[in-house]
Design a protein around this ligand. Structure first.
Ligand code: GLN
Length: 473
């Protein structure tokens, strides 16, 4: 179901937010022990749903669009009075002292918060296997991963435990699980949505994003979460967005040189079929050359760990969360961090401090930032002739739990998504034709990328191509 469909029912009054809450809570009670999408399930959601039910009865149509909508929130987004663990042992007992700006905005609408969802520790991963709270399974095939790092949020919507969910996307963590779980995943323009109250991973890359069942739902959430925030100096004012006129026919660019040899053959076939569909719909599909995009992964795995090493320095056993005591202050730090962080987090802190060290800064970090600038310039050039870039979201469908034990093969899952974060542009993953594996149809996503601040263009295009044919408005 979509927000639009639910809202219609709520206004008619035959089905209430309380009914929706109860139905979704029953799903959580039945399935979460196995799927492990949620870290914490909120009993106070029932009161929120009751209040919303009363307001619909009283005011009907004259209510906020998100009133009573059951939502799941990734557990690295702060909600006052609730645990914000980032799925790390180091924050296992940390309770958020304030609301993230996006939560404040959703609370003002009267949304129903079902609970908080599992992730790879500190959002580092592509499978939701690296969590101190255990692996999340893909509800479509529980032997497979839901993708990551916002896998709990993807699984929550896919299993019917929430109508929409929030995640964070530093290198693909919303789009990848959306593609593995058969959902629409949206990553806004950097700065469109406030990062205040998000547990930081890579500050120049992080953006909050959404999991929904339609493009229109992604747009509704974007409209209600985005905008200038005095608590986040990198936010941009929506008034300053270039006005993107809607178009009937879009010009879509395919970066052929970026489509890997290592891509799954079925996913490539689905992608090519999608191109044909767009052409049949009258859109103009052309090849574009983006030779730097394939350098994205290498640049990302320098810039991101550098920022991680700096952002995670704050977990020192004094200010937040876990504290392990040694004989000296230095030993306190070392013991706390040794006990509190998992392997992947430690790996990235080590990489990050290395690329930032005096002797290697220019060779690694400086060079990666230069590549990033060049990627931005390359994109800007290509957008002079096209409206939107199209790539697969991931090279494969959901892989098996335990299949990618080597970190480098896991990093490859992000090949198509990280250039988007490095350049700060918006992108959407939409579910297309599924592929068959072990007698189960597994979802596949296609990614559309717009120029900086071109969010409205993605919504316009996405609604026309992906919402209307299914009868969703
Ligand atoms: N999978 C990528 C990584 O491991 C992206 C993570 C994210 O977007 N939070 O860094």
């Amino acid at each position: 179901m979509t927000i639009t469909e639910l809202r219609k029912k709520f206004i008619e009054g035959k089905y209430t937010p309380l009914n929706a809450y109860e139905e979704m809570r029953a799903v959580i009670d039945a399935k979460n022990a196995d799927i492990n999408a949620f870290i914490d399930v909120f009993d106070d959601a029932r009161e929120e749903a009751m209040r919303a039910t009363e307001q619909y009865a009283e005011k009907g149509n004259d209510t906020p669009i998100l009133l009573g909508m059951p939502m799941a929130i990734k557990n690295n987004i702060l909600m006052k009075g609730k645990r914000a663990t980032a799925s790390s042992k180091i924050l296992e007992h940390y309770v958020a002292p304030y609301d993230a700006t996006i939560i404040t905005r959703l609370k003002a609408q009267g949304a129903t918060f079902m609970g908080t969802t599992n992730l790879d520790e500190f959002a580092m991963g592509s499978s939701t296997e690296n969590s101190a709270f255990g692996v999340t399974k893909n509800p479509i095939d529980p032997t497979r991963v839901p993708g990551g790092s916002s896998g709990g949020s993807g699984a929550a919507v896919a299993m019917g435990a929430a109508v929409v969910a929030l995640g964070t996307d530093t290198g693909g963590s919303v789009r990848l699980p959306a593609s593995f779980c058969g959902l629409v995943g949206y990553k806004p323009t950097y700065g469109a949505v406030s990062r205040y109250g998000l547990i930081a991973m890579g500050s120049s890359l992080d953006q909050a994003g959404t999991f929904t069942n339609s493009v229109r739902d992604a747009e509704i959430l974007f409209e209600n979460m985005s905008g200038k925030d005095i608590y986040d100096a990198t936010t941009i004012n929506s008034d300053t967005y270039p006005l993107v006129a809607t178009k009937e026919k879009y010009r879509i660019g395919i970066p052929r040189d970026f489509l890997l040899e290592g891509m799954d053959a079925d996913v490539l076939a689905v992608f090519n079929a999608e191109i044909e569909k767009l052409t049949a719909l009258g859109h103009d599909v052309v090849d574009v050359s983006l030779p730097l995009m394939k350098r994205g992964l290498a640049a990302y795995y320098i810039v991101m760990p550098a920022e991680v090493s700096s952002n995670l320095a704050r977990y020192d056993g004094v200010r937040f969360g876990l504290r392990a005591e040694g004989d000296t202050l230095l030993e306190d730090y070392m013991k706390t961090r040794a006990e509190g962080f998992g392997t992947e987090v430690k790996r990235r802190i080590l990489l990050g401090t290395y690329v930032l060290s005096a002797g290697y800064y220019d060779a690694y970090y400086g060079k990666a930032e230069t590549v990033r600038q060049m990627m931005r310039a390359e994109l800007a050039e290509v957008y002079k002739n096209i409206d939107i870039i199209m790539t697969p979201t991931a090279p494969t469908p959901a892989f098996k739990i335990g299949e990618k034990s080597d970190p480098l093969s896991m990093y490859l899952a992000d090949i198509f998504t990280v250039p988007v974060n490095l350049t700060g542009v918006p992108a959407i993953s939409v579910p297309v034709t599924p592929v068959l594996r072990d007698d189960i149809l597994l979802p596949v996503g296609v990614q559309y990328i717009a120029p900086h601040a071109g969010d409205a263009r993605l919504f316009d295009f996405g609604k026309k191509v992906y919402d209307t044919p299914k009868g969703i408005t």
